[in-house]
Design a protein around this ligand. Structure first.
Ligand SMILES: Nc1ncnc2c1ncn2[C@@H]1O[C@H](COP(=O)(O)OP(=O)(O)O)[C@@H](O)[C@H]1O
Ligand SMILES: [Mg+2]
Length: 244
């Protein structure tokens, strides 16, 4: 089977100066004295992962373990400090809730805005407009500014637009957990449809049951490193009871 995501020895460091430097002279003196003090934060270190076409891979780990950073590297939003990440095909990234939305605008306006951010033609969005409203269950809120919405409503809207066409790779970062039970079921159904159409899916979720239902393989990140990778049940059981 063909590899669609090939991550080789990826590390990601964020550099933050520990203290404020006011001028070039100070910078130069500190530089010569080797006193320049950066707080280097390693968000990911030496991650390697190969994902085949049609796989549904879950990523689990505590907050701050590097899950979103890894998804951003795969989506091309961040470039890794070291290593390489090769991706084949189109990606729909659902990474940050509300990214690509303008909260002052209405549902209707945001459907067109977000659709164009994702690269859809206006005519295509028009044609799909009703389907989006229905899937997101926002018909009654068509002309309401989305700043009034709950996070669940925003997630529904984002998911409905991002999954309008089948991308080669769908990335879902903690979005599904926001919606209610019925909406989660609908999303899972749509993800299942995509899987049968050959879409590769990467899911981050704190809802382990959801990971267990959907994923064929799971990666467990801990402190920016791969702690475990493999069979869904095996990794989830270990993740939930690491000391047993
Ligand atoms: N742009 C950034 N600048 C500095 N630190 C960051 C940045 N993005 C993420 N981090 C840090 O990297 C670590 C991993 O973050 P993240 O990938 O968001 O974790 P997760 O999604 O698993 O909760 C966190 O400690 C976070 O504070
Ligand atoms: Mg995250």
């Amino acid at each position: 089977m063909d590899t669609v995501i090939d991550i080789k020895n990826v590390s990601m460091r964020f550099n933050m100066p520990r203290e404020k430097i006011d001028n070039m002279k100070e910078f130069f003196i500190k530089f010569l004295k080797r006193q320049l003090d950066y707080e280097e934060f390693v968000a990911l270190s030496d991650i390697s992962l190969e994902v085949k076409r049609g796989e549904v891979v879950g990523i689990v780990g505590l907050n701050g373990s590097g899950k979103s950073t890894l998804l951003k590297i795969i989506s091309g939003i961040l470039s890794p400090s070291e290593g390489s990440c090769e991706v084949k095909g189109t990606i729909s990234p659902l990474i940050e809730l509300g990214a690509g939305f303008d909260f002052e605008l209405t549902t209707r306006e945001n459907i067109f805005l977000n659709g164009s951010v994702l690269g859809f033609e206006r005519a295509f969005i028009k044609e799909k407009y009703d389907e989006i409203l229905d899937f997101a269950e926002l018909r009654a809120f068509e002309n309401v500014a989305i700043k009034n919405f709950s996070s669940g409503m925003i997630a529904r809207l984002g998911f409905a637009i991002a999954t309008l066409v089948k991308p080669d790779i769908l990335i879902v970062d903690e979005i599904l957990a926001v919606g209610d039970y019925l909406f989660q079921q609908k999303c899972e159904q749509r993800i299942a449809d995509m899987m049968s159409g050959g879409t590769t899916v990467l899911i981050v979720s704190h809802a382990i049951e959801q990971i267990q239902r959907l994923c064929t393989r799971v990666v467990w990140l801990e402190g920016g490193r791969v702690r475990m990778i493999g069979d869904t049940l095996e990794v989830c059981n270990k993740y939930l009871a690491p000391n047993e």
